[in-house]
Design a binder for this molecule. Structure first.
Ligand SMILES: [Zn+2]
Length: 173
């Protein structure tokens, strides 16, 4: 792990293509991802964020499908497309944005909840928290995933405890 970590400018959606959740039937590890019939059609992030998604559990065989909601009925951020507008799922927090299931990678830590969608997301959090020197990204509009982390995660005094929680989560994979 290097001393210096430069924020690559990731947004949360960079890590949302494969989301590990707790299976509602067997409590094991399940996966939420774009439905297999819709995987190749989306050049832009908002396209696959609003694409049909599927929950699959390798442990018990549970499967469930999610379809985008019409924006007129729900409100929020809208995605305009043929047949739309649809609601853009709201990313953030320790539940998955499609089915509302608890993330597999979540753990209480310093009065908050440490959470990640998958191993790549956990790796990014670990690299940032572990680095004594953190460089900001080039300005690019909205805050990055790392800039939005709560203070209890990024304070120097939190480092050991947060890294211990990251290691415990990694061990659950
Ligand atoms: Zn299951």
């Amino acid at each position: 792990m290097g001393e210096r970590f430069r924020d690559p400018g990731w947004r949360l959606w960079h890590f949302a293509r494969e989301i590990l959740v707790r299976c509602p039937r067997c409590d094991g590890r399940a996966l939420v991802a774009v439905h297999p019939d819709h995987r190749e059609r989306h050049a832009h992030a908002v396209g696959w964020l609003t694409a049909p998604h599927r929950l699959t559990c390798g442990g018990c065989g549970r499967s469930a499908d999610w379809a985008p909601a019409r924006w007129e009925r729900v409100g929020g951020d809208a995605y305009f497309t043929s047949g739309g507008p649809y609601v853009v799922p709201r990313l953030g927090g320790p539940d998955d944005p499609y089915f509302g299931l608890p993330l597999w990678l979540r753990r209480p830590c310093r009065g908050g909840t440490l959470w990640a969608y998958n191993l790549a997301h956990l790796d990014a959090l670990e690299a940032y928290v572990a680095a004594p020197l953190r460089e900001r990204p080039a300005p690019a509009g909205s805050q990055t995933m790392l800039e939005r982390l709560p203070a209890w995660m990024t304070a120097a005094g939190s480092r050991e405890e947060v890294l211990a929680a990251v290691h415990a989560l990694r061990a659950s994979l």
